[in-house]
Design a protein around this ligand. Structure first.
Ligand code: SAM
Length: 280
């Protein structure tokens, strides 16, 4: 017995039937569930899939499940609120010995040179347009994260795992991590690129890592307040905190190389500051 959380077009539910599931509970909050029902009928899966329209928060089931599947991803791992939903349905419906797929989601980070998106989404707000000063919006813009597709040439330093979510036993929706990365080439740090790797089964993973992506998800770009020139040997210390992928804080400290190891820049950004001021 399988539960597909966020079944969308129903693809994972159909694959579960093909793999031998006796029953699949396919839960979907959006109108796309009509398409899943249509495809289920056309492919002869209707008798084994129970479609349930609505949020998983209100879900009730007549039985426990052996497997929870979910493809509710976003550029930086699960969608906002996704961890809470997975923990909730796992604790309420997964039978002892059952499994969650993905079992593990890891987040990775790399400092990046990203002049194009920085100009487009951050520096845009510096200007006066038709006599109107847009500059107050820049502070808001620099405290958001942006979906963007990077290639590895954007990396100015190494990358590292910064957080790990174990969907089989994690109880907290908050996660955080810290890494320090050596700069590998002269360049400009405009912010951070964040991506995920989801472990499905055995060594099968789904990832949106730049250049090695196996999904259609972009990566996340977390800007810093001003671009910083860096050289090989500098060090970038990064701390990331998130509350269920809805709120993010990213702190970046860049230290020069050489004997003096001068601090070059220090940033502390939060999506709390990215809301329009009336919501702050
Ligand atoms: C990435 S999409 C669906 C992917 C799906 N595997 C497909 O191929 O179409 C994720 C879906 O999950 C749904 N979703 C996310 N959280 C949900 C929840 N807690 N309860 C019900 N549906 C949810 C969204 O409405 C969205 O349609």
């Amino acid at each position: 017995v399988v539960l597909d959380l966020g079944t969308g077009t129903g693809i994972l539910a159909f694959l579960a039937c093909q793999a031998g599931a006796r029953r699949v509970y396919a839960v979907e909050a959006g109108a796309v569930i009509a398409l899943a029902r249509l495809l289920a009928r056309a492919n002869g899966f209707e008798d084994r899939i129970v479609f349930i329209e609505g949020s998983s928060d209100a879900l009730t089931l007549p039985e426990g499940v052996d497997l929870i599947l979910t493809d509710t991803f976003a550029p930086c791992g699960l969608q906002e609120g996704g961890l809470r939903s997975v923990i909730d349905i796992r604790n309420r419906f997964l039978k002892p010995g059952g499994a969650v797929v993905p079992g593990k989601i890891e987040l990775f980070v790399a400092p990046v040179e990203a002049a194009r998106i920085y100009e487009r989404d951050i520096e845009f707000w510096r200007q006066r347009l038709h006599g109107i000063d847009l500059s107050p919006a820049r502070e808001v813009a620099v405290n958001h994260y942006y979906p963007f597709t990077f290639d590895e040439r954007a990396f100015v330093a190494g990358s590292a795992r910064v957080a790990c979510l174990n969907l089989s036993d994690q109880e907290s929706v908050a996660f955080h991590g810290e890494v320090t990365l050596p700069v590998q080439r002269t360049g400009t740090v405009h912010g951070l690129c964040v991506w995920f790797t989801a472990s499905l089964t055995g060594d099968v993973v789904l990832t949106n890592r730049p250049a090695a992506s196996t999904t259609n998800y972009a990566q996340g770009f977390f800007p810093v307040a001003r671009p910083v020139q860096v050289e090989k040997g500098d060090r970038v210390a990064i701390a990331i905190q998130s509350h269920d992928s809805g709120h993010w804080r990213w702190q970046v400290a860049i230290q020069g190389s050489g004997a003096a190891q001068q601090p070059k820049a220090r940033f502390d950004h939060s999506t709390f500051l990215g809301f329009p001021p009336q919501f702050a």
